[in-house]
Design a protein around this ligand. Structure first.
Ligand code: 3HC
Length: 342
């Protein structure tokens, strides 16, 4: 089908109407290539973040201070693996197979969240990651439950429920430490000091430097800009930090009566750019570990593929057998439709 330059193709018109109506786009629907591309980019980056994000916490499973803490942390890391899988499945519905997406991560062509390039040095970091990193993730991701692309929005609903539990467990770790011995309180404060800035950067660059936001908001993928969500997060954590008895490491953090929001200081955007270009403190280590895990898991993928092949062969054999039985069965046992030649 061809269209003149100024005529809007009917399929584009239908897509535009669905977006204007705040309806959902489903995999069967026609969509502009740019919409497909931006979603594949965002969802796959998100999936990669969940998978790489398992590393800083997995390092602490064997060092958790009690069996209870260990099992909670293990469950959390497993949730993150699950989030990665829902998100890869959601991205696949847009047409790019998972091995291709995985290859983009392993070859360093795809981004993942800047936050996971920072080290987790102490047990208190498990608390700061839960409270600040998962807290920022929830703030950013709750609006994504209403993303215009159906499979993404639906995946986000379950992810956000689990993230709420993650944030609570982080808060609880920090609360216990900040109400413990002086050394424990110091450890909690040190963790918050190191994770505060990078957690605020998770929302992405300032709006003026965010090339994708405007179009993503016009398509109802993102519902709020990076700065709007960052502000919402700052407003949320200031009273929470007070309840913890900890301080946030920003001398410019002050309530602005006129704006009815907290003002906060400039973040280190040079550091952010350097981290997302693969020069973060743990970038090399994270990618090395991911490649090793992928290689070590080769036998699992081979076994799963061999099993799937065998199941498919058995199903085909059973179907053949059934056809043969039906053809040779006495006419009284054949389905009526077959007897009348339908
Ligand atoms: N880390 C790494 N890259 C980032 C980034 C960050 N914190 N913030 C932005 N970027 C990248 C963007 O991906 C984009 O790169 P590209 O154009 O080369 O793909 C570039 O910087 C410009 O940024 P934009 O603001 O224009 O990009 P977006 O409109 O895509 O907004 C986003 C960035 C807010 C992160 C958005 O993609 C988003 O909301 N994504 C979904 C949520 C997500 O991926 N979260 C990651 C954390 S997952 C997590 O926290 C797991 C949990 O268990 C803790």
């Amino acid at each position: 089908m061809t269209h003149t330059d100024d005529a809007v193709a009917p399929e584009q018109e239908h897509f535009d109407a669905l977006i204007a109506d705040d309806s959902r786009i489903e995999p069967r629907d026609w969509m502009p290539e740019a919409y497909r591309k931006t979603l594949t980019r965002q969802i796959s980056q998100h999936a990669h973040s969940e998978i790489i994000g398992m590393q800083p916490e997995a390092n602490w499973i064997t060092r958790a201070p009690s069996l209870k803490r260990k099992s909670i942390l293990m469950a959390k890391v497993q949730d993150e693996a699950g989030h990665g899988l829902y998100l890869y499945s959601s991205a696949e519905t847009l047409g790019t197979p998972r091995p291709v997406l995985n290859d983009q991560l392993l070859t360093g062509r795809a981004k993942y969240s800047s936050i996971f390039n920072y080290p987790a040095r102490t047990w208190a970091d498990m608390g700061a990651i839960g409270w600040l990193v998962d807290g920022a993730a929830i703030c950013n991701q709750v609006p994504l439950c209403r993303a215009s692309y159906g499979p993404y929005g639906r995946a986000m609903v379950r992810i956000c429920k689990e993230e709420s539990f993650h944030q609570r467990q982080g808060w609880e770790i920090l609360y216990e430490l900040s109400h413990g011995t002086d050394a424990q309180k110091k450890m909690a404060q040190d963790a918050v000091d190191r994770f505060y800035g990078p957690a605020l950067q998770m929302f992405g660059p300032p709006d003026a430097d965010s090339p994708n936001s405007q179009q993503s908001m016009a398509w109802n993928i993102k519902r709020f800009s990076n700065d709007e969500l960052r502000q919402r997060f700052v407003d949320m954590i200031v009273p929470q930090a007070e309840a913890l008895g900890l301080t946030l490491p920003d001398p410019d953090l002050v309530w602005n009566e006129e704006r009815q929001h907290y003002d906060y200081g400039e973040l280190d955007w040079d550091e952010f750019m350097s981290v997302i270009k693969g020069r973060g403190p743990c970038s090399v280590q994270r990618m090395k570990r991911r490649r090793e895990a992928h290689e070590n898991g080769a036998w699992v993928r081979e076994a799963a593929a061999a099993y799937a092949e065998r199941q498919a062969a058995r199903a085909a054999e059973a179907a053949n057998h059934e056809d043969h039985e039906t053809e040779t069965a006495p006419s009284s046992q054949r389905p009526a439709a077959q007897l009348i030649g339908a």
